[in-house]
Design a protein around this ligand. Structure first.
Ligand SMILES: Cc1cc2nc3c(=O)[nH]c(=O)nc-3n(C[C@H](O)[C@H](O)[C@H](O)COP(=O)(O)O)c2cc1C
Length: 394
């Protein structure tokens, strides 16, 4: 099934097509391509088709692209994750940097803007995998996650990752923070328009934030405030090395280790989480949810993005389920139908609940999703094979 929007619906979409200023950047509209790993980077070098893949989305009206997760310059940044990922890109060394520069140039040539997403898998990386199999995986307290979380990870993966490993040492922590800085500097050199820090989904930064994976009792753990310290140091280092590029910080309640996990249970808790991150230098929060329009806490209809904006006063991106009727984890095995919920996103922007809206799978399904939305044409369904690695239309 596909969905066509009549003209009354189109006028209700108008807030999505208003410009947005982010520092010195003016985005032509509020639609952001969400970061999506494609596993096409042999030896860490993005594949030949990657430039045209991003260029097509820019040509077809995406306001801002956030790149797929790019491994930071650290031996344990990348490896096999919960879904068996491989061929993940990096942004250090002559070839990867040159290829990313060519990609950025193509996006700019099409009038687009692109931020680099900086990624360290932390505890999610299966030990003994990735470009440097001997490097120990980075875990704040040696823990992968809970023993019985709601996860899509395979039994084989779980058997490998659940073993307790040594906690990160002070020097290991310092090394990783420095790696973020080097990669941010390379992103700047490659011409990226901004830096997006992946602080969500149970990966390294999130594993410091999360009380299940961070049970340290030194300066990096204990209270929620102390658990934000690692994220804050990364934000400061990325800001410093990025030389003025805008910094987006992605966080989430849900984790790959447990879709039902929560970092905080109340708006007051969220405020304690956000305050130090904002002080460290975040320009935009990316509140990653699987369904952007759902209430974040009992007793209010406000979404996670809405609370984030309300509490931090900073610009916020909402994401999750735009244009599709089922959430991310449902599409791992089954096809998902198109839905016309972009109107809810437009209303959220109009009412000041959030500023930007991320679109993931719908933009994999069709490079011209924005054009189709805008003209009222049929919107595409999402085939689960696209998630699993079927090459997308470039
Ligand atoms: C194939 C695929 C790869 C993804 N890779 C990343 C990633 O590299 N970094 C990240 O932060 N999120 C990643 N995500 C999550 C998306 O950014 C987005 O938050 C999620 O898909 C929800 O948006 P959607 O419902 O519009 O797809 C990925 C999602 C998909 C479908």
């Amino acid at each position: 099934m596909t969905v066509a929007l009549g003209s009354p619906s189109l006028s209700r979409l108008q807030p999505l097509f208003t410009a947005f200023r982010l520092g010195s950047l003016v985005l032509p509209n509020r639609i952001v391509m969400a970061p999506m790993t494609r596993c096409s980077a042999v030896d860490g070098v993005p594949g030949e088709g990657v430039a045209s893949y991003y260029r097509q989305r820019a040509e077809n009206g995406v306001g801002l692209i956030i790149s797929e997760g790019i491994g930071v310059d650290h031996a344990a940044a990348l490896g096999t994750g919960t879904l068996g990922e491989s061929n993940l890109p990096v942004l250090h060394g002559a070839k990867p940097v040159a290829r990313w520069k060519a990609i950025v140039d193509q996006v700019h040539g099409a009038g687009g803007r692109i931020f680099a997403q900086l990624w360290h898998q932390g505890p999610v990386r299966m030990p003994g995998t990735g470009p440097h199999p001997d490097a120990p995986s980075c875990r704040p307290s040696g823990r992968w996650g809970p023993l019985a979380g709601n996860t899509s990870a395979t039994a084989q993966y779980l058997a490998e990752v659940r073993r307790q490993t040594p906690a990160m040492s002070e020097s290991a922590i310092a090394d990783v923070i420095a790696a973020y800085g080097r990669t941010a500097a390379n992103a700047r050199a490659a011409g990226f328009d901004g830096l997006a820090i992946h602080g969500a989904h149970g990966y390294l930064i999130d594993s410091f934030l999360w009380g299940v994976t961070n049970v340290r009792n030194d300066a990096w753990g204990g209270s929620l405030r102390a658990r934000t310290r690692f994220a804050c140091e990364v934000i400061k280092e990325v800001r410093r090395a990025g030389g003025g590029l805008p910094v987006v910080f992605r966080f989430s309640q849900w984790k790959l280790q447990d879709y039902d996990a929560r970092l905080v249970d109340t708006p007051a808790g969220l405020e304690h989480l956000l305050e130090p991150l904002a002080e460290a230098g975040v320009d935009v929060f990316d509140a990653s949810t699987r369904q952007f329009h759902l209430p974040a806490f009992a007793g209010s209809q406000r979404t996670l993005a809405g609370w984030t904006r309300h509490l931090s006063g900073l610009p916020v991106m909402a994401v999750g389920g735009v244009g599709l009727d089922r959430e991310l984890k449902d599409s791992l095995l089954e096809d998902v139908l198109a839905a016309d919920n972009a109107q809810i996103a437009a209303r959220g922007i109009e009412q000041g609940e959030f500023d930007l809206i991320g679109v993931g799978r719908a933009l994999l399904a069709d490079p011209d999703w924005v054009g189709k939305l805008r003209s009222g044409a049929l919107l595409p369904d999402f085939r689960s094979s696209l998630f699993a690695g079927e090459p997308v239309q470039p």
